[in-house]
Write a protein that binds this ligand. Structure first.
Ligand SMILES: [Zn+2]
Length: 429
């Protein structure tokens, strides 16, 4: 078991990837940060386990010559001074996990950034602008049901009063939990930084899907992060006996909901090829085999890269729900659960990424991120995905070959160097 992560990573690693100061062996050693005894990872945000993982990274950051601090949100910020000052090039990810998660979702982005800094140290490269490697707190939302908290704190995107109502899985308030980090809600909010401190944000992450594997590519360019809008819909009809109520005149909300679930699946293609809509949760009441249901509650998850198209899809979903209710003479109540704006990557940055991929000999494939990431709180930003074996994620079986991880480091490093040159030139103007 002890052999597991590092040994498995080094097995089959193509050592020709060790170049320009980047070391696969070092990256594999760093990967031990993800390990628990059973091979899985259980590191909710603001837990002892997450804190220990951060402390390990703090030591590595110091070892790599970075100045390290922790802000009021528990974000770890390792800073490397550049030849000149100005807004920093920021790169990072998170170390918290979903319950029984995998070793790569999050840690790979942190450790690749660190490996990039180590490689610079080895080759004597001094970045033209300051570089910050950041470990964001509570990305997954496993503790409070609210995700990307550290990056939202850093970018001043925590809503008014949002922290007051939060309760964790053990019934503790936000103040209690953040207290264990030696912080307070006030200090948490004070983690917000001036926009001119951060010039650019980049994140390397596993794909958590199968598109790169299907295309036989080690990495891909993220063209944007889809914005999620959630709807909660209740269809109400009239409960009755399944045997004694004639078919004519029934007001069956499950028939309405059934038609709705089907019709929703046909709507995204009317909007565009990146739009998706999913009914993933349905509660039938009273849920008896011989009872016509009286009520059906469901949720719809609606996403697209383009905000206008996403909002147009939300409208179509609402109209469809109303039509389906009307057909069954059912009542309907629709409420909006959440709405997060999509975060597109600009054409200019995608062009730069395409060049970087081609210079590394990789066909530049673009893909959308359906899942949220810390990167969506920053603009401008870039994201690179590396191949996930079988598309498996949020699972101990999550896996990315070390060769792909190291290719990710090369892409990140090449992109960072190029982007920082442009940032430095912009500062001089
Ligand atoms: Zn992640």
């Amino acid at each position: 078991m002890e052999q597991s992560v590092k040994g498995r990573l080094l097995d089959g690693y193509d050592r020709t990837h060790d170049r320009n100061g980047v070391s696969g062996e070092r990256l594999a050693t760093l990967a031990s940060v993800g390990k628990t005894e059973d091979g899985g990872v259980d590191r909710p945000g603001f837990s002892e386990e997450e804190k220990r993982a951060k402390q390990q990274v703090v030591e590595w950051m110091r070892g790599a010559g970075m100045d390290v601090r922790m802000d009021g949100a528990g974000n770890v910020i390792g800073r490397l001074n550049g030849e000149a000052g100005g807004p920093a090039f920021v790169t990072g990810s998170h170390l918290d996990s979903v319950p029984n998660g995998g070793n790569f979702d999050g840690p790979l982005g942190v450790l690749s950034s660190l490996e990039m800094v180590e490689a610079w140290r080895e080759t004597g490269y001094v970045p033209p602008v300051p570089v910050e490697v950041v470990v964001f707190s509570e990305e997954e939302g496993s503790r409070f049901g609210a995700g990307v908290m550290g990056s939202r704190a850093m970018t001043g995107k925590i809503g008014d009063g949002e922290l007051d109502g939060l309760m964790d899985f053990a019934g503790r308030t936000f103040r209690e939990v953040i207290g264990t980090y030696g912080s307070t809600p006030e200090e948490f909010l004070a983690a917000a930084r001036r926009p001119d401190e951060i010039g650019f944000y980049t994140e390397l992450h596993i794909e958590q899907g199968k598109l790169l594997e299907q295309a036989d590519l080690p990495a891909g360019i993220v063209k944007g992060i889809a914005g999620l809008a959630g709807l909660h819909i209740v269809f109400r009809g009239e409960a009755g006996h399944a045997g004694n109520t004639p078919m004519i005149g029934r007001r069956d909300p499950l028939v309405a909901a059934g038609r709705f679930v089907h019709d929703v699946s046909t709507l995204p293609s009317e909007i565009g090829d990146t739009a998706v809509a999913t009914v993933g949760k349905l509660t039938v009441s009273p849920n008896g085999s011989n009872v016509i249901p009286g009520q059906v509650e469901l949720t719809v998850d609606i996403r697209d890269l383009d905000k206008e198209k996403r909002d147009a899809l939300v409208l179509k979903v609402r109209e469809t729900a109303e039509r389906c209710a009307e057909e069954q003479d059912a009542e309907i109540a629709i409420s909006q659960l959440s709405s997060v704006d999509p975060a597109p990557v600009s054409d200019e940055i995608r062009d730069e990424l395409r060049d970087v991929f081609m210079e590394e000999g990789i066909e530049p494939m673009e893909l959308m991120s359906g899942a949220g990431h810390d990167a969506m709180n920053f603009a401008p930003m870039a994201m690179i995905f590396v191949r996930s074996q079988g598309g498996i994620s949020h699972n101990p079986a999550e896996w990315t070959d070390l060769s792909d991880c190291v290719m990710g480091v090369h892409l990140l490093k090449r992109f960072a160097e190029r982007r920082m040159e442009k940032m430095a030139r912009a500062n001089e103007d």
